[in-house]
Each structure stands twice: as structure tokens, then as C-alpha cells.
Design a binder for this molecule. Structure first.
Ligand code: ZN
Ligand code: CU
Length: 489
């Protein structure tokens, strides 16, 4: 028996006595969780098991690490060792490359047009192909895992001389090869953002060949649609068709009905979504706030809804101030002030709480922060999205159970992005875990004070290793690029 007792303990870490929310949406239950290496080694009554380390977490909840389906952390995941806005919320995987913009395949481009400039400074663009970007992500040892999408607008800048027109057949061919390289190297799908100027000349005749190439590798197509205002239904029909003909699952990014005139129309958008869902693999993601955030676009100025400046290159001291106040001070109209402030970023308060509640309750809706880590005065979604869904929408508004809130952040996105061994608390699955206090968990970031750590997130494990201890990043560097495991070989 001596050999047995001298043997190393079977577990590295034992989390004892917590309530488990397993990510599938089924009812929470009390059990112990054992971690060995990067995996969940056992779940059950394990108090007498031998372990290198034991943590008493009675009274707390354990959930799978949150998957942030919509981020622009392409550069931040490498240059910000701690990614405190994300890890402090319980996020263990970020999906980068959204809205049509990705760092690759752009190697010192002559110009970094909007909104590609949201990702970082011009010198951050130094990856001529996806393989070199993915190698850089892995060797930077990010604190969270990374799932990468290929940005259609970045392909356009790389493959076309003039992005103000539809791509020609030769250019489409070049972009198709870029998609193929990206997918073979480990991307999980394609994203587009034809809402933005650099993508807007493209239509489905340009995008469908790229989606087909994505489909050959089992990827997903995520779309920041052409229109989220009056034309939202037509925009939805456009992307449904693209994904159906192209042959991929579809993800509508940050779904919303923007602009006062459209408030309440989520009834129509979700009805259309549900009718298509009968025959097509479709889903949406959203962030739980009434303001959007992106580059400042003077064309979006003029609605009665307020606009908050998040950064401005010519007038950096205006970040955190309302456009209305700046315009008054400058004795000019808001549109003119917006032009003077550009290039700049902004929060647009143009959504209704009713629509947010209707969309967030939908069973196909996932949670994506859309946080902009490079912004001077960021939208609070960067720091608060996930705890806010639990606190505000599950606990306070009781729109759904905490179990359902967690499902939207874990097993649902894991299945959408082909992450077969994540998103659920299950024996043998990767040990991405969040330990949180249900009585404390809440977002604290506000539009006025956006850089605030959420409360109630006590521990976060990434690939079996403690990375957030409730106050700070303890270690970090255990994340890596996740290649879709559900992929057709
Ligand atoms: Zn977007
Ligand atoms: Cu986005």
C-alpha cells in the first residue's frame, strides 16, 4: 500500500461544495469538481479524494468559463497580458475577427481604414496570412482562449486596390484563397460588416463564394448586417440567403432594432428569424445595453438619441463627453462637431429596453460583449456584459433562470463554434471554469465610469489553471487559439 500513498495525488485542484450550473440549462446541483491538468477529472462527492490543493467553495456557484462570442480583442489578446476586462467577468474564450475586421491578412497596409482601425494602431498590422497571426497569438500566451474569424473587409483591403466597388472575379478568387488559408490554419469562420463603408460595395455575389470556401472547412458565417435601422428585415433576408446558398450556419451579430422609429420591431425581426430557423441553422448574439458603440459616423448624427464620445484623435480630451455638449460649446451643429472630432469613436443610445429584453430571451440568443479594448473611454459592455446578464436579466428582471443565462454564455456558443470539449461542466471536458457568488455577481461599469471590475466573480480557471482570484490576475498565459473540433476534415 506504501506505493499507493506515495503516488502523486490523482487531482491537482479540488473545488468542494459548490452549486454547479453545468451550462446545458438544466437545474443547478451541489457537487465537488476535480481538476487534473487542463481537464475536469471528476464531478461528484469527492471530499475524501487526494488532491494537491483543495478549495472550499461552499455557497458559491461554478459554471463553465464564459465564451464572448463577439469581440475585437484581435490585438488586445496578445498585447494585454491580463485582459482584465474579460477575465474579471469570467470570460475564458474570446471570439475575435468580428464585424468583417481582422488583423490578418494585412501586413503593413498603406492605410488602415475605419473600422479596421478599432483593432489597434497601424503597426499592429503585420500578419500577411492567418497562419502567422495564429502563431503570434499562441506564442503570446494569451490569458483567455481565442477563437478567430476571418474578416471580409480585411480581405478586401488586402486583395483590392479600390474597396469602393464590388470585387472583380480575380479579386474574389484571391479572397477565396485567403479564406482557404485562414480556415486551414485554424480559423473558425468568416465575418462580414457590409454596414461599414469599406464593405458596403460588396453584395452576396461577392460574399457567397467566400462563404462556400468557409463551408468546405466547416466554419460559421457571422454578419454585422447592412442595416440595423429601418432596413433591418431586408438586411436579415440578405444574410439568410448568403448563408443558405453558401452552406454555413449563420450568426447575426449584435442583433438590435436601432433608432427610435424602429423601437418595438424586434417582434418582426424575431418572427422572421423563427420562420427561417425552421429550415436553416441560424443564431444571433447581443450585448445587454441600450447603447451601441463603434466609430463616430456623422451620418448617424441627427436622431434624437444621445451620442457619447469614446475617443477622438484630433480632440482626445473630449472622450467621455456628450456630442451635444461639445457642439454647444463649439457653437456648431452636432454633425459638424462630429466631423471635427473624426476619426473618433462613440456610443449611440439608440435601442429600446423592450427590444433588448425580447431579443435576449430568445433561446437562440448568445452573449457577445462587442467591447472595444483600445477605446479611451470605452462602452461599459467591455467590462460588464456577462455579470450584467446574470444580475439584471436573470436575477432582477427574471426573464430567464440563471441556468439559462449561463447556457447562453457557454454550451450554446461552444456548439456554434465547434468547441466540442468546452462550454459544459462534464468529466473529461477542458477545465475553463468560473466560480461566482450569486448574491454578489453584478456589473459595476457605467457610461460615466466604464473601467470597473465586475463584482462577485471569485475565481476563473483557464485550461485548469487559476487566472483570476477575484481581485487580480494571478498568473495567466494558459489560453491558446482554439481550432474548431467540429470541423469537417
Ligand atoms: Zn459589428
Ligand atoms: Cu463588433
Amino acid at each position: 500500500m506504501a506505493t499507493l500513498t506515495n503516488a502523486p495525488p490523482p487531482y491537482d485542484t479540488l473545488l468542494c461544495g459548490a452549486t454547479l450550473i453545468d451550462g446545458t440549462g438544466t437545474n443547478a446541483y451541489v457537487a465537488d469538481v476535480a481538476i487534473k491538468g487542463n481537464r475536469i477529472a471528476a464531478i461528484g462527492e469527492l471530499k475524501s479524494a487526494r488532491t494537491a490543493e483543495e478549495l472550499d467553495v461552499a455557497g458559491l456557484y461554478i459554471a463553465p468559463g464564459f465564451i464572448d462570442t463577439h469581440t475585437h480583442d484581435d490585438q488586445a489578446c496578445m498585447s494585454d497580458k491580463h485582459m482584465e476586462p474579460k477575465i474579471s467577468q469570467g470570460v475564458t474564450t474570446v471570439v475575435v475577427g468580428n464585424c468583417g475586421v481582422s488583423l490578418a491578412p494585412l501586413d503593413h497596409p498603406q492605410e488602415v481604414p475605419e473600422p479596421i482601425n478599432l483593432l489597434g494602431s497601424p503597426s499592429d498590422f503585420r500578419y500577411g496570412d492567418f497562419q502567422s497571426y495564429f502563431d503570434a497569438v499562441d506564442s503570446s500566451k494569451p490569458i483567455t482562449n481565442v477563437v478567430a474569424l476571418i474578416g471580409h473587409s480585411s480581405l478586401r483591403v488586402a486583395a483590392m486596390r479600390d474597396v469602393d466597388r464590388l470585387a472583380q472575379p480575380g479579386e474574389i478568387n484571391t479572397m477565396t484563397q485567403m479564406v482557404d488559408e485562414g480556415m486551414k490554419s485554424g480559423a473558425s469562420g468568416l465575418s462580414s460588416g457590409v454596414f461599414y463603408q469599406i464593405g458596403s460595395a460588396a453584395d452576396n455575389s461577392e460574399i457567397i463564394p467566400l462563404i462556400k470556401s468557409t463551408a468546405e472547412h466547416g466554419g460559421i458565417y457571422a454578419s454585422h448586417m447592412r442595416n440595423e435601422h429601418e432596413g433591418v428585415l431586408d438586411a436579415m433576408r440578405e444574410v439568410f440567403e448568403a448563408a443558405r446558398v453558401g452552406g454555413t450556419p449563420l450568426l447575426i451579430s449584435h442583433h438590435k432594432c436601432a433608432g427610435k422609429k424602429n423601437w418595438g420591431r424586434s417582434k418582426e425581426t424575431l418572427a422572421l428569424f423563427d420562420s427561417v430557423r425552421m429550415s436553416q441553422d441560424v443564431s444571433v448574439d447581443m450585448y445587454p445595453y441600450e447603447a451601441a458603440s463603434s466609430v463616430l459616423n456623422p451620418d448617424l448624427v441627427g436622431e434624437e438619441t444621445p451620442i457619447l464620445i469614446t475617443w477622438s484623435t484630433p480632440h482626445p480630451r473630449t472622450s467621455g463627453r456628450y456630442l451635444r455638449d461639445i457642439a454647444q460649446e463649439w457653437h456648431c451643429g452636432e454633425k459638424e462637431a462630429a466631423r471635427k472630432l473624426s476619426p473618433a469613436g462613440a456610443c449611440y443610445f439608440f435601442m429600446s429596453e423592450d427590444d433588448i429584453e425580447r431579443i435576449i430571451q430568445h433561446p437562440s440568443t448568445m452573449i457577445g460583449s462587442d467591447g472595444l479594448p483600445m477605446d479611451e473611454h470605452p462602452h461599459p459592455r467591455l467590462w460588464g456584459t456577462f455579470p450584467r446578464v446574470i444580475r439584471r436579466y436573470a436575477i432582477q428582471r427574471e426573464l430567464f433562470s440563471i441556468e439559462e443565462a449561463i447556457r447562453k454564455m457557454t454550451s450554446l456558443p461552444a456548439s456554434r463554434f465547434g468547441l466540442r470539449s468546452r462550454g459544459t461542466l462534464k468529466h473529461g471536458f477542458c477545465a475553463d471554469l468560473v466560480v461566482f457568488d450569486p448574491s454578489e455577481v453584478a456589473d459595476t461599469a457605467t457610461y460615466q465610469e466604464p473601467k470597473q471590475v465586475a463584482s462577485g466573480i471569485n475565481m476563473v480557471f483557464v485550461n485548469g489553471r487559476l487566472s483570476w482570484d477575484g481581485k487580480s490576475c494571478v498568473n495567466g498565459g494558459f489560453g491558446h487559439l482554439l481550432r474548431s473540433e467540429g470541423r469537417i476534415p
